[in-house]
Ligand binder design. Sequence first.
Ligand SMILES: [Zn+2]
Length: 318
Amino acid sequence: MEAVSRAMGIEVRSRGGTRIGARMARPEKSKDRRSAPMVHCLFPIGNEPAYRKELNMAIQNIGRTGSSRKTISVPAGKRKCPSCGTSTYRTWCRECNKHTDLIPMKRRFGEVNKESMNLSEEVDAALSTLGVPMPKEVKVLDSLISKNEVPENIEKGILRAIYDLGVNKDGTLRYDMTDIPLTHFRPSEIELSVERARELGYTRDMNGLPLTDGNQMCELKVQDVIPNIGCGDYMVRVSRFIDDLLEKFYGLERYYDVNDRKELIGHLSIGLAPPYLRRNTLPHNRLYGSKRRICPSVLPRIQKEELRRGRGQPDPAP
Ligand SMILES: [Zn+2]
């Protein structure tokens, strides 16, 4: 730098005099996991560009592009109704309400079976089954990749679109959150009323005193988790989708029947490894451990031991 300065006749200074570095691990995450691009229904309508893999666009553009005026070819497996013998792509026969059987076909590699169908009639039938208006957008697929190419029912996609739920390619609805170990909480901090807390078994605080005030500190029971607000709201949408599906499609009773995330408190949930506060889910240390995750800040000794035995993966440092 000195030599450069001398040669130039002016003082040249280094671009960054002192640098301070810091390591940053994976940021805290809390978001529903949806496929990109968004998909509401695992239903194939072919790769015609004008359809834009969307039901409304497809219905508008059928006849303008295809040779036949009203039908499109759906790349899906061939199925047959055991009762009336109708050939269809659907898993159930709309006329007989029976489950259809797959017709195994010998196909050469790359060969696609096409089932012809009247999309607008199908969508109208689905809408009248559900008794709902058509959503603005129902995103679907161009083709299926599963072996038997069984499309989902359009009804599911319409309901998912109504509740803005994106489906993954295995048909699941997902929400990703970062885990944080927790052992104690105050009911007032997690939108939990004292009455509901007592109903859930939190009758005493950490000191053994009867729980009467939301500000008392309680010990978290090992099986309980505290998801964040965003997850709570997402779960409300999922529960309403499930309820609508049960009631309007399968003709069963609604199960959750909630309008607010607080009403979901106390319901059963399943945590999967890898993994209502602001951002994260707060399980008990032991639940965290049972998901084969190690909580580094709380159990450094076990973490080292587990790592030595090659079990589990440490979560990235916060
Ligand atoms: Zn039938």
